[in-house]
Design a protein around this ligand. Structure first.
Ligand code: PHB
Length: 391
């Protein structure tokens, strides 16, 4: 009697275990938590990241090495406490195997201990402070570092007749990197800094500082504001007449994001920046990317979109290499040293630092067929992050 009862209870369990799809973890979807700012001052950058991932998946399908890819998009509003809470929920409740996105440095840093603890990759698609990749062995970056472009524009300015520079940088980690690395090269090249202004990240009002800078009469204003803020900055720059006063803008390319550039007006003409991507980059790969992005979203992709597009590509390629195995250590190992052609040009992941190695281009804003573009005129090949402390 008792044995019969037991047999009846056990039978359905045995049947369940016998079903192959329940046993084979490799066939389960791989969930990616894409944490980006979709509200607040950085919203346009989160939109670019989400768009780029969507575009890539529409071009490459949603199955890799037998694994279905599911992207869960979450808005952190670029508030690091939100990032941390969301990352925790995604890892614990949604069982994501990868976290990605990260519109600002504090967000990328807030998630780092969680990636380490859960042993899952954290793919940084935008944030650009050098130290980020040192905060977890699971962080891999597909964007850039501010140091990469700031040293190049610092040398360029000193060698191209710019003697007196005022600086305006956003007062947080990437702005401090941008300032430090620019200054080191520009001062070494014989330049002089006549004023240094730092503006807050949230709701910056540039106007009072711009008046002060106008009065200081520098040859150029070195600017770092994070992607998404360039339009507002340029509006205030031209309203205060700094362009008419002959003060040119130089900097890392964030301020001239292609996403916003064409609406900045002629005050942007002649701006020289160093950066890793221009929508005008002359390659078949980029032309196809710009056309496909424009077709899908009705706008021009900027450097932020490229970081997202390459970030999801990196995940796809790593998963192919592991044959669909999403073990975090295996995926990060597979990502190390990976090389491919991005819309920005050739790129790779430095196997020692897990940071991106890429060309940095010097570009000048010009009108091409009636539209404003960052036209590249010099290339520095395969630039590693000069800002690493441990390497
Ligand atoms: C950052 O917070 O690290 C960051 C964000 C946007 C940029 C550059 C850096 O354009």
């Amino acid at each position: 009697m008792l044995t019969k009862l037991l047999a009846r209870l056990i039978a359905p369990i045995c049947m369940l275990l016998a079903q192959p799809h329940l046993a084979a973890a490799a066939e389960e979807p791989l969930r990616i938590g894409l944490i980006v700012p979709l509200t607040g001052g950085q919203a346009s950058t989160g939109k670019q990241l989400a768009n780029a991932v969507k575009l890539y998946m529409s071009e490459n399908g949603d199955t890799v090495a037998g694994r279905k890819i599911e992207v869960i998009v979450k808005d952190d509003g670029a508030v690091p406490e939100n990032t941390k809470r969301i990352a925790q929920e995604l890892i614990v409740n949604d069982k994501v195997g990868i976290i990605a996105g990260f519109g600002i440095t504090p967000a990328a840093l807030a998630a780092a201990p969680l990636a380490t603890q859960a042993r899952i990759p954290e793919i940084v698609m935008l944030a650009g402070t050098s130290i980020i990749t040192e905060r977890s062995p699971y962080i891999v970056r597909t964007s850039f570092t501010l140091a990469q472009s700031s040293v190049i524009i610092g040398d360029w300015a000193a060698r191209n007749g710019i003697r007196k520079v005022a600086t305006l940088t956003t007062d947080y980690a990437p702005g401090n990197d941008a300032l430090q690395f620019f200054k080191a090269r520009f001062l070494a090249g014989g330049g002089e800094i006549v004023d240094e202004v730092r503006v807050p990240l949230v709701n910056p009002d540039f106007a009072p500082f711009l008046q002060r800078i106008k009065d200081a009469k520098p040859d150029a204003l070195y600017v770092f504001v994070p992607g998404g803020q360039g339009g507002n900055f340029m509006k205030q720059f031209s309203e205060r007449g700094l362009d008419k006063a002959g003060i040119r803008i130089i900097g890392p390319g964030d301020v001239m994001d292609d996403d916003l550039l064409n609406n900045m007006g002629d005050a942007a003409l002649g701006t020289v920046t160093a950066h890793m991507y221009s929508a005008a980059h002359n390659s078949p790969k980029n032309k196809a990317f710009v056309a496909a992005y424009g077709k899908m979203f009705g706008s021009r992709p900027g450097f932020v979109a490229v970081g997202g597009y390459d970030g999801i590509h990196l995940i796809y390629q790593a998963l192919k290499k592991t044959d669909g195995n999403s073990d975090g250590d295996m995926l990060v190992e597979a990502m190390k040293g990976m090389k491919w052609e991005s819309p920005r040009g050739p790129i790779s992941i430095d196997p020692d630092t897990r940071d991106i190695v890429q060309n940095i281009y010097i570009r000048k804003v010009e009108k091409v067929n009636g539209e404003l573009y960052n036209v590249e005129f010099a290339t520095f090949e395969a630039v590693k992050d000069p800002g690493k402390t441990s390497k």
